[in-house]
Design a protein around this ligand. Sequence first.
Ligand code: ZN
Ligand code: ZN
Length: 417
Amino acid sequence: MTPTAVAETRTQSENLDQLAAVAVHVGLGLKSGQELVMTASTDAMPLARRITEHAYRAGASLVTTLYADDASALLRYRFAPDASFDHAAGWLYDGMAAAFKSGAARLAIAGADPTLLSNEDPDKVGRANRAVSKAYRPALELITRHEINWTIVSSATPAWATAMFPNYAPDVALAKLWEAIFATTRVNRVDPVSAWKTHDAELHKRAAFLNEKRYSALRYRGPGTDFRLGLADDHEWLGGGTTAGNGVYCIPNMPTEEVFSMPHKDRADGTITATKPLSHQGTMIEGIQVRFQHGRIVDARATRGQEVLQKLIDTDEGARHLGEVALVPHSSPIAQSGLVFLNTLFDENAASHIALGQSYSSCVRNGDKLSPEELAARGANSSLIHVDWMIGSGQLDIDGVTASGTAEPLMRQGEWA
Ligand code: ZN
Ligand code: ZN
């Protein structure tokens, strides 16, 4: 049996422990003596506790977990005064930034109810999101600049499971979601750590190939999509793990199937249609179609959640421009599961995608050492938001366009050509 084969006999509890171990040792690469700041929903407590145990056994000096509670979040929309929605716990985010600066690692457990805020006033939802984005910015910058080791893993939660599997009894839905998480994060393999090492090496190989090609643009063609995307000057393709500024090797997303880079913020033209619904901060946006001109969204439509989409791109000027381009083959385990997770961490790794808003400075050569002005000169985008949306499918063709203007087939029908 190879280390990457599926371990058939492991119980759910054993798989949960494997997930926690992989999160701490492979995702975070937590160092002995390092502090850990974790965020989780109260529904994710069993996983948070396993992670806490593995972190202390790896030598963590202190694990601090900030729990959020969905029911309490809804009470705010019911009873808080209107001014509440322009307010965020700035002191908390300042504290997180201070912890990161003093050497703490960051782990987020995702697993939110994708429809939690669907029935709330979109204006209040938009204002509250904006207030948090603003307050969180200094901490987020340390993460997007990869100054610290960080990762995101997911816990199945009852509300998420029910949203994904509405035709099953709640306990069956929850078990099905756990099974899907273990499969797509390679935690169900005989040796999850070595399965991750193999996968990580493949992603690095793919990124190296694209870096050698140095395409100046990508050309997309598919149903509802006819789009040309210029890449940033000195762009770098990344994939899999990375060595953070603090010297720790980490794999920031689990699962991760993408190789990604930086588009030039002023070089996107044409029409692009989303291939999956986007769950954004508790609301669903479906049937997204946008038109770009010189990198800027000039027309945005959605068949559902149009108002939220409009608010999102009105966040600031950078929210109308692109900050990430990512390629994912249609044969990724997540795409092959055939499931829509209603969760960006999974769905973005099921399909090629682009992101509105903030770009990652690590996606240009020596980007982490460049000033904001130097980054902008190479085409980097700046925004309070970074929102991925899925444009890949088994019907998408992508060409790489060389500096001399020749187009080469890069992906055909969703697969590497
Ligand atoms: Zn991405
Ligand atoms: Zn992204």
